[in-house]
Design a protein around this ligand. Structure first.
Ligand SMILES: [Zn+2]
Length: 110
């Protein structure tokens, strides 16, 4: 992912609606690109600050810590998604093997 693509992902990431297939590239990019991380940081502070004003609850002003937490959550989400995907693949593989086995038995090859 380049800076332009990462920049387009900032708003969806903050709003929690970034596409799963873009999340990993986005996280890798912002962790390695100082200028995009700063842009994300500023947008995050503005977004969270506005929400805090609107809801009248100032639970925390540690926006940098909150952003680090969001990035960490993103990596955790990806880990779970990858495990889910691997488990699904294994299940499909077993189902296919069972189907082949059943077919071979049905047609008398086993
Ligand atoms: Zn960048």
């Amino acid at each position: 992912m380049n800076c332009e693509q990462a920049s387009l992902c900032i708003k969806p990431f903050i709003e929690g609606r970034i596409e799963e297939d873009q999340l990993e590239g986005f996280l890798q990019h912002v962790e390695g690109c100082k200028s995009c991380y700063e842009e994300l940081d500023i947008m995050y502070i503005v977004s969270e600050g506005l929400q805090g004003l609107q809801s009248d609850t100032c639970a925390s002003f540690d926006f940098t810590g909150m952003l680090a937490g969001r990035i960490s959550q993103g990596w955790h989400y990806l880990q779970i998604a990858k495990r889910r995907s691997a488990a699904l693949f294994l299940t499909q593989l077993l189902a296919y093997a069972a189907l082949v086995f059943a077919s071979l038995r049905f047609f008398g090859f086993l």
